[in-house]
Design a binder for this molecule. Structure first.
Ligand SMILES: C[C@H](O)[C@H](O)[C@H]1CNC2=NC(N)=NC(=O)C2=N1
Length: 99
């Protein structure tokens, strides 16, 4: 169990993610991003690497893949909103995307 993202962290951590291509979900207190890759293998490789981190954190993305795109939504179901775990996983995914 984790806590919802604090008001302070919404002004700092969340803003930083919004500068980096994340968007707030229109209907939920969640963040979304669609990553685009060169091809399906690169997209699936990203998902495989992200999945290992997600499992280690015990925090799992809602995501879908179509060919070279991976659409990600991050939310913490336990708090029905964004928590520090979503910030953590978002940063990891951005880092994996670059490598
Ligand atoms: C019981 C288990 O710890 C919980 O269901 C975890 C697993 N993964 C999770 N993933 C996400 N995204 N949100 C959660 O609240 C969550 N909870």
């Amino acid at each position: 169990m984790t806590d919802a993202l604090s008001d302070d962290a919404r002004k700092t951590d969340l803003q930083e993610l919004l500068q980096n291509g994340w968007e707030t979900h229109p209907d939920r207190d969640a963040i979304t991003k669609t990553y685009k890759f060169r091809n399906f293998i690169d997209a699936f490789g990203f998902m495989s690497r992200a999945a290992i981190h997600a499992e280690k954190l015990n925090h799992h993305p809602e995501w879908s893949n179509v060919y070279n795109k991976v659409a990600v939504t991050l939310i913490t179901h336990d708090v029905d909103g964004i928590s520090p775990l979503d910030v953590k996983l978002a940063r990891i995914m951005d880092r994996l995307r670059e490598s």
